[in-house]
Design a protein around this ligand. Structure first.
Ligand code: C2O
Ligand code: CU
Ligand code: CU
Length: 457
């Protein structure tokens, strides 16, 4: 495939600025009337000193001058256009996690596009078919780039009003920093060979122990996004009246949040929370650990009602009767041949006996599976390891249909948290041609082998 760095330039000239984002480095533009409908953003990635630890500076990297990055919003069915400007000292890309889009917009280096070099820009533009909570992040040197803060929410609004009058976005991330705010290693081989290298400072929207105000008595849509490299949050809200309305991008029949929900890296959950009486608080916890607090604030609106379920997204229903089954075994490679001398990461994990090498630009030329466009497939996912893996597919959503560990109410998603030694089945229609990354979203698992390419043609 050949690439031109400025191939999309023509479509974006002559736009009028109508507003200005809070971050200062991110502008919101409105397209000309004859252009495809939807917002146009200018999104700048640049270094940003952050005070994560009081009195100390952390040399973060940020999209749009904030961490997490500018929250991008677009209406379902509209076009999202982002002029991405790289003011970092390193090459990068943007990947749009969970969005079904053309391969050229998927942000995978050497597969979708060339990396965007320091000082260059790239115009991303695509139509967003599905409503829901999505996110964006680089797909280059991911441990460090996501680790330093290059993550942001992408919210696709339903076309019709949903009945929610209030909403909040909570982006979870834990930072690899020490007591003085300095970065620690984003990936350590002995951790990468286990559950992944965890940061030690948890934040919500970039703030440790954040306090988020809710309007007392109202039903609030709360989008919780796990933008962390490593951690699975065991999300719980003791004593809150909370219903799950969507998993990752896709609506489900609302059901109570219950004891906890395991939100793996890359995953999202959309909750409806009934804010308690003014002055009352709800703690937001990961297992027993408090991450932040909702605080109810008096307001003079009439008490809210629980909205109806969200409308389904237009995802093709796989035909299970005709589907071909493909097996994917996720394995740990016992014989760890660490070749740190040449700077290459160790190879620790494999899918069907093959480890992805992030230093080899040709891996995607050898897809692990070739799917026929339009056909239905069942993926049998078998975790042969002692660690859980949030398994993510680019380009298409899949339907989770079965697990040997828990009862599944089938639902569409882009990331499935595959438990230790679990076997699960997911199904999809191979309706998007391209070479799609299929990987664990524990970033240092992905960078030490747990990634593959799936071709649809
Ligand atoms: Cu968030 Cu390759 O993915
Ligand atoms: Cu993705
Ligand atoms: Cu993993």
């Amino acid at each position: 495939m050949s690439f031109t760095r400025r191939q999309l330039l023509g479509g974006l000239v002559g736009l009028a600025v109508v507003g200005f984002g809070a971050g200062g480095a991110s502008r919101y533009w409105l397209g000309r009337r004859d252009s495809p409908v939807g917002p146009v953003y200018e999104l700048i990635a640049a270094p940003l000193d952050l005070e994560l630890v009081a009195g100390h500076q952390t040399p973060a990297w940020a999209f749009g001058g904030t961490v997490p990055g500018t929250e991008l919003r677009v209406r379902q069915g509209d076009w999202l256009r982002v002029r991405f400007v790289n003011k970092l000292p390193v090459p990068t890309t943007i990947h749009w996690h969970g969005i079904r889009l053309p391969l050229e917009m998927d942000g995978v280096p050497y597969v979708s596009q060339l990396p965007v070099l320091p000082g260059e820009y790239f115009d991303y533009q695509f139509r967003v078919p599905d409503a829901g909570s999505y996110w964006y992040h680089p797909h280059v040197n991911s441990s460090e780039q996501l680790g330093r803060g290059l993550v942001g929410a992408l919210i696709v609004e339903e076309r019709e009003p949903t009945g929610f009058k209030h909403e909040r976005t909570l982006s979870l991330k834990s930072w690899h920093v020490d007591e003085a705010g300095a970065f620690t290693d984003f990936s350590v081989p002995r951790e990468a060979a286990r559950g992944g290298t965890a940061g030690r400072l948890s934040t919500i929207n970039g703030v440790p122990q954040a306090i988020i105000d809710l309007p007392a008595g109202q039903i609030v849509r709360v989008r919780v996004l796990n933008l962390d490299n490593t951690l699975t949050y065991r999300l719980n809200l003791p004593d809150a009246e909370a219903q799950i309305y969507a998993l990752d991008g896709n609506p489900i029949t609302p059901r109570p949040l219950g004891k906890d929900y395991w939100l793996g890296p890359g995953m999202r959950v959309c909750l409806a929370i009934k804010a308690p009486a003014a002055g009352k608080e709800i703690s937001i916890r990961n297992g027993p650990v408090r991450l932040g607090t909702f605080r109810s604030v008096a307001n003079n609106e009439a008490p809210g009602a629980w909205p109806r379920p969200l409308p389904a997204n237009p995802i093709a229903e796989p035909d299970l009767a005709s589907a071909e089954t493909l097996n994917f075994n996720f394995e740990w490679v016992g014989s760890v041949s660490v070749n740190v001398e040449n700077g290459a990461p160790p190879s620790l994990w494999q899918i069907n006996g093959k480890a992805w090498d992030i230093t080899d630009k040709t891996c995607a030329d050898r897809p692990i599976a070739k799917l026929v466009k339009g056909k239905s497939y069942i993926f049998e996912l078998k975790n042969m390891t002692q660690y859980q893996h949030p398994i993510h597919l680019h380009g298409m959503s899949f339907k989770v249909i079965a697990s040997d560990r828990k009862a599944i109410i089938p639902y569409f998603t882009d990331t499935y948290l595959l438990g230790k030694n679990e076997r699960a089945r997911v199904a999809l229609v191979a309706d998007n041609p391209g070479i799609w990354m299929f990987h664990c979203h524990v970033i240092d698992h992905m960078e030490t082998g747990l990634m593959a390419a799936i071709e649809v043609s």
